[in-house]
Design a protein around this ligand. Sequence first.
Ligand SMILES: C[S@@+](CC[C@H](N)C(=O)[O-])C[C@H]1O[C@@H](n2cnc3c(N)ncnc32)[C@H](O)[C@@H]1O
Length: 306
Amino acid sequence: MADPTEPLRWTRAGAPTLADVRAYALEVARDLDPGSRYVRELLAVIDASADVDDYLRRLSDAERTSEFKQDGSKASSGERGFSWVDDETWSEMDVWERTLSNLLTGETRMMWAGDGAPDYARLPEVLGALPRGGRVLSVPCSTGKEPFSIAIAALRAARDDLSVTGVDRQAAYVARARSGRLVAHHRDWAADDAVRFLVRDARGRATIAPQVLERCAFEAGDVLTGALPPAGAFDLVSCRNLLGYFRGESLDLAITHVFARARPGGVLLLDPFVADAPDMRQAQERIRAAGLVRRWPDLSFFDVPA
Ligand SMILES: C[S@@+](CC[C@H](N)C(=O)[O-])C[C@H]1O[C@@H](n2cnc3c(N)ncnc32)[C@H](O)[C@@H]1O
């Protein structure tokens, strides 16, 4: 396995300085909640670092991330990015991706194992009502667990005609999703029939079953620019655990691009924070203005007007 602390392949001209990294973090932060502790804590890590190598060492420091890696609800002090991937994925990420992953984390679990579980329980019913050959978009997909979960719900609903495309801004997450190998999380095994869909390989690593992986495709894309391949509208668009990071014009842009990808008469799956939190009034206004109808009052499915 690659050493996550090995020298990086810089993707911008020349090796960046700490000041470049700080400027990049502030550029990304312009789209985000100005009160975000993720931004504050990452800036503190940058400011405590002697140079870029020291900064990167801190981001993957085993001691500082070990507790948080076991339990994502535990506080971290700014090293969240490394906590949600494994050494192999981390080693594929350059300094910009590692920085980005601390501001908008790759946090993800199989959907039955996180706060999306109530929505997930209804997903087979929602998928079962989609037209034959229906298409689902899952953005952002992180390392693949959300699209895999949706494909599993489709199989549970006997809908092996449905396909799921996962899209994410982080190239290393997309590559990892394509591999079908899961970033380990003990709660992913909590479903009664998990062993039907998750397979332990010879090295003890969890891999998604072939009948699930073959229904999924993965692409790099960005909700802020609207570059969300593939083209066309989808019968179901799932956008969970991303919009809540954004504020102001960036939130508006992201909503415009995401909502536009659900066809008239289709379905949007958001998350409880976006659907209900007072901080997300701007998003709730847009939901109303688009005429979206909440299908169940306590869940995050919205029907798009035909
Ligand atoms: C907390 S994860 C959510 C993943 C998945 N939806 C879930 O709930 O399990 C947030 C993801 O958003 C991605 N992301 C951040 N900014 C993005 C953007 N502008 N466009 C697309 N994806 C983005 C990150 O790379 C990360 O994988």
